[in-house]
Design a binder for this molecule. Structure first.
Ligand code: PLP
Length: 394
């Protein structure tokens, strides 16, 4: 008899977004005239930049002619895109070789797939956390400990000698909290990982949102190349959530048990992955052209403006929050000590605004709430006017 991977029995129902959808649906049914504004889900709303569209059109044309047609491409990605990413890292003062960069269909896949090349290790994640880190490890039966993030540590937990692990996940700027580590803080994590021979899995999906003088890559930190793998994505930077493209950096210096993780990852990818479509990679490469960079910056500035409207409103109301400055997420303390779901219902019923209850990202998220800056200016303005009106009175 075939058996199943029983680790799946240990997964909690991923109830968060389905519970949100069901509460919104029943409210909308009971109040058909309510104009509900959604500021909960982390998907972008602006279309792909014109430079990306042009590059993809050209690539489609190439695919229609025998002389320029592309079949299977290199599993680790076309050289033109890896080169463009390498040049982008140079602007951050980081030198990467093209063979250290692997193109993928997005950060989420690689965050899960990387576990193929790691052993039955102990795992450390932060709480609250992007749920993918937890569920992918539960699926492979690894034991997980949690570094508590809270207001005292500004939702940026630091290494704790009592909480060592073989695999450490960090996400900065963070989803869901929007908090971002400083150089000095990341240096402590890098030193900690090197001392313990851990591997740091660094999720930089939101690096393009950094405005302050904070690291945008873990490799800006001395010593990171001997302990860290970095995951990045075009999803939030350039609107690729539906187009699918990302990349993972595995430095050649990263060695465990006398084995290069870069070589293992290459072996894994060439065996289980056939690469990202040529058309998509051409589109991704256009993000790094001068026009592409300009257009991407314009879009990110648009979302930043929304984030500013949200944080201005919270400032006026005296509500504690983190995020917003270096991230499209704003993580706020629920007013009047409401728990996350009570505040969710309060906001839905009184302001017709939907956010994400912090409790859905881990027990330390209880009492907090996530708003995203991915809406339009008009929607964000209206939502914040309503938010202000109901909370000013309370
Ligand atoms: C922290 C974080 N990492 C990774 C991802 C996934 O990115 P991608 O769309 O490239 O799979 C997301 C998406 O929301 C995210 O928030």
């Amino acid at each position: 008899m075939a058996t199943i991977n029983q680790n799946y029995w240990n997964l909690k129902e991923s109830y968060l977004f389905s519970e949100i959808a069901s509460r919104v649906l029943s409210y909308q049914k009971a109040h058909p005239d309510a104009h509900i504004i959604r500021m909960g889900i982390g998907d972008v709303t602006l279309p792909l930049p014109p430079a990306v569209i042009d590059a993809m059109h050209k690539a489609v044309e190439e695919m229609g002619h025998a002389e320029t047609f592309h079949g299977y491409g290199p599993e680790q990605g076309y050289h033109f895109l890896r080169q463009a990413i390498g040049d982008y890292y140079k602007q951050k003062g980081v030198c990467l070789l093209p063979e250290e960069i692997f193109i993928s269909d997005g950060a989420k896949s690689d965050l899960g797939n990387i576990l193929d090349i790691l052993g039955d290790n102990s795992v450390l994640v932060t709480d609250p956390v992007y749920p993918v880190y937890v569920d992918t490890n539960k699926m492979s039966g690894r034991s997980i400990s949690y570094a508590q993030a809270n207001q005292q540590n500004h939702f940026l937990p630091m290494p704790d000698p009592h909480l060592t692990a073989d695999i450490i996940y960090l996400c900065s700027p963070n989803n869901p909290t929007g908090a971002a580590y400083s150089r000095q803080q990341l240096k402590e994590w890098v030193d900690f990982a090197n001392q313990n021979d851990s591997v740091l899995l660094f999720d930089a999906a939101y690096e393009a949102f950094v405005t302050e003088d904070l690291p945008r890559s873990i490799y800006e930190i001395e010593g990171a190349k001997t302990c860290a793998i970095e995951f990045c994505s075009f999803s939030k930077t350039a609107g690729f959530t539906g187009t699918r493209c990302g990349y993972t950096v595995v430095p050649l210096e990263l060695v465990r048990q006398e084995t290069s993780l870069n070589k293992l990852w290459l072996r894994r990818q060439t065996t289980k992955f056939n690469g990202v479509p040529y058309i998509v990679q051409r589109g991704a490469a256009a993000v790094f052209s001068p026009e592409g960079q300009e257009q991407v910056k314009h879009n990110i500035d648009y979302y930043r403006h929304n984030a500013q409207m949200i944080t201005d409103t919270l400032d006026k109301l005296g509500i504690w929050y983190t995020g917003g400055k270096n991230s499209p997420y704003i993580w706020l303390k629920c007013p009047h000590d409401m728990d996350s779901w009570t505040f969710f219902d309060f906001l839905l019923e009184n302001a017709h605004v939907v956010g994400t209850p912090g409790e859905g990202f881990g027990s330390c998220g209880e009492g907090y709430f996530r708003l995203t800056a991915f809406s339009s200016h008009e929607m964000t303005r209206t939502a914040m006017d309503r938010f202000y009106a109901i909370l000013r009175q309370k």
